[in-house]
Design a protein around this ligand. Structure first.
Ligand code: GAP
Length: 632
């Protein structure tokens, strides 16, 4: 808890994130990313886009965040996107009823799966009380609470609409156009990064559970019978898996394996899901998530969303001091550091659920035409109703009767075996002479068929990724007998690349050189902070706390030597420093940062994560030994 408080205070103090609307008392569940946080979040989004849109060859779209009610009737969110709510009659506070059970009852990990009635009973059986005021909750009802924010589109009573609870629906409803853009060829993937909204019952843990958050989602459309993922790219990636079977077993534990092995042994059923777990593991490690505090956990059956046939979450352990040993069982020989596991991404096999539903509820076609290798000759049952007989017999309903006969011929040709055939229109039964229907079995040549693609969905929470990176980067050490806090952020996502300081602010020559260095670094495309206020020690601490990987200091010594002007370059994590000619600063920093980023880019081609860690250590080697002992 202390760790979480320290991080939250740092986030507030240094402008990463803070509660929104504080001038008006604050609004629970809404957070503002300050200058450092917004830059960090943008960098995470850019890194995600680079990997999941560009490198994987997908297309990105930007759909509206408000969508009309029929979208969510079709998607199932109106009916099924609920959490369990219990309200305290004394203080009026709302709580997630299932979370109260999970917190209080040791052997229940997934109370949501138990259903409202059982949870209500358990609250009584365990004499649970309101966490806010301590009043007994036994007599309070537990209700399903829909998490969508409702709105009205247009003036007056308008058209009912909702803020999207997942960016995915913006992709699904545009499928008819997107498939044209993909020239009707499966597989193809569409990504979107943007806000999603959920009226969470009890938002908590800072930006971890909020009511407005950013998702980065990829919807991969596949032909389940034909399309296979490029598993070779990730088969050697080492992963820590926590399948449902292990979670349910008394002595269940993690399975340390490779993606290839997990597919072969069917630990992960869908090769597509496995493929994305492999890609995601590589990406998370590249942006700086500590792999010792990272796992993939499969959803238990009662935990899955209404659309998911299978789902694995990427989870990170936050709030743990130091490095956690890897054991789910809490085995004495492998004690785990205390921390909380949070879901940072979900990898769902959504099957044809979404496209099927939108196809049923809308006028459009949510299928693709799958061409056969060769034309096929098939027998088809057809009707050609005699309207001159149907008209007088059924009046206005004649057209509907004809349509119903056509449908019946496709679905049950045997129904036309007798002299009469009966169809139902608008709840009423109509009997027609089979001769009038003109039923026939015809041979037809078909070039292909319309199929509904399946969807595999990696869905990332950007805010939770940011939180994890801050938590895993949060470090403390002692420099010059002083304790310091620094964020060991990967240079690719750090808000600022380099800070430039003139040692003192009252020397014109010093200021001019520092200004020049800052300008040159900006011209080289780096994100630069210039700071001339406070002692140099305080300025270093400030940059350490926002994770700036390098600082350049211009001092009098550097201007006075016989040789060319020199400056000091300091690295964040080691606090080691070197002196180098001012003309070499841009080149040196460019090389250092490009080296950091370059190794990662290169290693992405072969995302074998544990190996990459060694690469990262190695690439520090060339510049560390030459650096002076840590100073301030
Ligand atoms: N389209 C699938 C989907 O929305 P999800 O598991 O509900 O799946 C995906 O959400 C990710 O969005 C989660 O893994 C999490 O990182 C993030 N997320 C979900 N609810 C959130 C909330 N209330 N606050 C912050 N992030 C959230």
């Amino acid at each position: 808890m202390a760790r979480q408080q320290d991080l939250t205070e740092l986030a507030k103090r240094r402008g990463f994130f803070f509660g929104s609307n504080e001038a008006y008392g604050g609004t629970a569940g809404f957070y503002t990313f300050g200058p450092e946080g917004a830059a960090l979040k943008r960098n995470v989004e850019a890194a995600w886009r680079e990997e999941f849109t560009h490198r994987l060859g997908n297309e990105e779209i930007e759909a509206p965040t408000v969508m009309p009610e029929p979208v969510f009737e079709a998607s199932g969110h109106l009916d099924g996107f609920d959490d369990m709510l219990i309200e305290c009659a004394e203080c009026g506070e709302s709580h997630r009823a299932d979370h109260l059970i999970e917190d209080a009852v040791a052997d229940i990990e997934d109370a949501e799966a138990l259903g409202v009635d059982t949870v209500e009973e358990l609250i009584g059986d365990h004499d649970l009380t309101c966490p806010t005021c301590g009043t007994a909750l036994a007599d309070e009802p537990v209700e399903d609470f829909n998490l969508m924010f409702e709105t009205s589109i247009g003036p007056g009573s308008g058209q009912p609409g909702y803020l999207r609870p997942e960016t995915a629906q913006g992709i699904f409803v545009e499928f008819p156009r997107l498939k044209e853009y993909a020239r009707g060829q499966l597989p193809f993937g569409v990504t979107q990064i943007g806000p999603a909204y959920r009226n969470e019952i009890s938002p908590r843990r800072g930006i971890v559970r909020v009511r407005e958050f950013t998702q980065a989602e990829l919807e991969q459309f596949i032909d389940p019978e034909e399309d296979e993922p490029p598993l070779d790219d990730v088969e050697d990636v080492e992963v820590t898996l926590y399948p449902a079977t292990e979670q349910n077993a008394d002595d269940g534990d993690y399975i340390e394996t490779t993606i290839g092995d997990a597919v072969e042994k069917e630990i992960i059923e869908s090769p597509w899901v496995a493929y994305f777990l492999g890609v995601a593991q590589g990406w998370y490690e590249a942006v700086g998530v500590d792999m010792d505090r990272f796992r993939f956990r499969q959803h238990l059956s009662g935990e899955r969303a209404h659309y998911a046939a299978d789902c694995w979450d990427a989870e990170s352990e936050v709030g743990a001091a130091g490095t956690a040993a890897r054991s789910a069982s809490g085995d004495e020989e492998e004690p785990r550091a205390e921390g909380n596991w949070i879901e940072i991404a979900g990898f769902a096999y959504r099957g044809d659920y979404d496209l099927q539903k939108h196809g049923e509820h809308s006028e459009d076609r949510f299928t693709v035409f799958k061409r056969y290798d060769e034309d096929r000759t098939v027998e088809r049952a057809t009707v050609d109703p005699d309207m001159s007989a149907l008209g007088p017999a059924f009046g206005d309903a004649a057209g509907d009767v004809a349509d119903a006969l056509e449908t019946l011929a496709e679905e049950d040709p045997d129904a036309f075996d007798s002299d009469e055939v009966t169809v139902e229109v608008g709840g009423e039964k109509h009997t027609v002479d089979t001769d009038v229907a003109n039923f026939a079995i015809e041979e037809q040549t078909e070039a292909g068929e319309h199929i509904t693609p399946h969807v595999v969905e990696p869905s990332f929470g950007v805010g939770r990724t940011v939180y994890t990176l801050l938590d895993h980067g949060y470090s403390e050490d002692t420099v010059d007998t002083e304790t310091r806090t620094y964020l060991s952020l990967d240079p690719e996502i750090a808000p600022t690349d380099v800070a430039v300081f003139p040692l003192v602010s009252n020397e014109d020559e010093l200021l001019a050189v520092a200004d020049g260095v800052a300008d040159a670094l900006r011209d080289a495309g780096l994100a630069v902070t210039y700071d001339e206020s406070g002692s140099i020690g305080r300025r270093y601490r400030r940059q350490d706390e926002v994770g700036t990987p390098f600082c350049v200091t211009v001092d009098q010594d550097g201007l006075e030597g016989d040789d060319e002007t020199s400056v000091t370059l300091r690295e964040r994590d080691s606090a080691a420093q070197i002196r180098l000619p001012v003309d070499e600063v841009v080149g040196e920093l460019d090389a250092l940062l490009a080296g950091e980023r370059g190794v990662r880019r290169h290693s992405r081609d072969v995302p074998h994560c544990r190996h990459r860690r060694d690469d990262r250590m190695n690439r520090r080697q060339p510049w560390q030994p030459g650096w002076a002992t840590p100073r301030s």
